[in-house]
Design a protein around this ligand. Structure first.
Ligand code: GN1
Ligand code: MG
Length: 385
């Protein structure tokens, strides 16, 4: 994925930017979209914008993605304005329209591009540096969910249907194992057996939702720690980014992905598995942060499954990496051979670490809700479903 300067020059002209592009560089290396930061001369000032190409292989309907993003960002901005909040342009993404007033530009080649205001004075991290950062992430994603509880205008589009449908993710893995198109199953025997042994996890939240015990909410669905921008000076969470998967979902999936990406202060593809461990003090701060903003609207059942959700989503992302490894690495961008297998191993190691500490995690979660016994859903212990 080489950076094509000329192409970006062309793209930049499509948007309502009152400046001349000076230079651009590849920005965050996510697994899916292509992202560039571009510096412009705007009336003698240097101003930056983000240009991003939407991955059509993953997002089949980019206009629907952008419609969701517009609805969500506009609503959040209005609410922040109504609260007379400060620093609003650093607290929610701002989409720059095209010259014809659209939220995205479709190039001649049929590629979809969008542009955001570059938020200055913030940093993102690939792994947590302190438990306070986990608190900030929890607070920011909880606030994001809470600002969207009253989004008007009907249900958001499911930009990737069944995104966190863990049963379907599990079935996809079973199929990939069966096909073994690249003859890679032999290299992932332990991971495959770990995955198959954990099948009982996959229906717990789905069943609770199907029975109406857990409500559908508007959720972010990709609450990786590197999707929170922290103020460089104060460390405070300013803005959550990567809104492509904001859609109807389950609040627990968001919390679960925060557990996955904050409680072990290691990279997602850490090869030294002895370093991969769920840190209880970080989990506590994360839960405190999340409940400080989401606590008021979450139900008791949702709260009772917070610890479990961490295990589930870590497992889910682990099986997605494993499926992609077995299927020839067509979904997640890789940077070395076996990268998806390494990512899977890291996730499964974290699942094990969560299992070892799950009782303590559950006790902590219960104590937050003023309860002492392990919560149950559908008559089953949530810590050992
Ligand atoms: C993908 O591209 P990125 O890094 O924002 C993926 C998430 C995974 C994540 C794992 C649309 O997110 O679901 O949790 O990788 N996004 C999509 O790092 O599939
Ligand atoms: Mg993403």
């Amino acid at each position: 994925m080489a950076y094509q300067e000329q192409q970006l020059q062309e793209i930049s002209k499509q948007f309502q930017i009152y400046g001349e592009i000076l230079h651009a560089e590849t920005f965050k290396i996510g697994h899916i979209n292509e992202t560039y930061s571009a510096t412009y001369d705007q009336g003698g000032m240097r101003v930056r914008y983000i240009h991003q190409k939407i991955n059509k292989n993953v997002f089949k309907n980019p206009p629907a993605v952008m419609k969701n993003v517009m609805r969500v960002t506009t609503h959040i901005r209005r609410k922040l304005e109504a609260m007379a909040a400060r620093d609003i342009t650093r607290r929610s993404l701002i989409v720059i329209p095209t010259r014809s007033g659209q939220s995205f530009y479709r190039s001649r080649e049929g590629e979809y591009w969008r542009t955001f205001v570059f938020v200055e004075g913030v940093q993102t991290f690939e792994s947590v540096q302190s438990s306070e950062q986990a608190f900030q992430a929890g607070r920011a994603f909880g606030e994001f969910q809470s600002l969207l509880v009253d989004l008007p205008g009907g249900r958001l589009t499911e930009t990737i249907p069944n995104f966190h449908h863990t049963r379907r993710r599990f079935s996809a893995l079973q199929q990939a194992i069966q096909k073994d198109r690249y003859n890679r199953a032999k290299d992932a025997k332990r991971e495959i057996s770990f995955a198959l042994q954990h099948e009982s996890l996959v229906d717990v939240i789905l069943n609770a939702m199907a029975k109406g015990k857990i409500p559908e909410r508007i959720t972010h669905n990709d609450t990786k720690f590197n999707n929170v921008m922290l103020d460089t000076l104060t460390g405070e969470a300013k803005c959550v980014v990567d809104l492509d998967t904001v859609m109807p979902g389950c609040a627990l999936y968001d919390f679960g992905d925060m557990v996955r990406t904050t409680t072990s202060p290691t990279l997602e593809d850490e090869k030294d598995l002895s370093k991969v461990k769920m840190h209880m003090p970080i989990f506590k701060k994360l839960a405190d942060g999340y409940l400080s903003t989401a606590g008021s609207f979450l139900t008791r059942t949702e709260k009772s499954l917070l610890a479990f959700s961490g295990k589930l989503i870590t497992f889910e992302i682990g099986i997605r990496f494993l499926t992609d490894f077995l299927s020839g690495d067509t979904y997640f961008r890789i940077h070395r051979p076996d990268h998806n297998l390494d990512r899977c191993r890291t996730q499964f190691k974290l699942v094990e670490s969560i299992e070892q500490q799950e009782e303590a995690m559950q006790q902590f979660v219960n104590s937050l809700d003023g309860k002492s016994s392990s919560a149950t859903v559908g008559g089953r212990s949530s810590k050992n479903p």
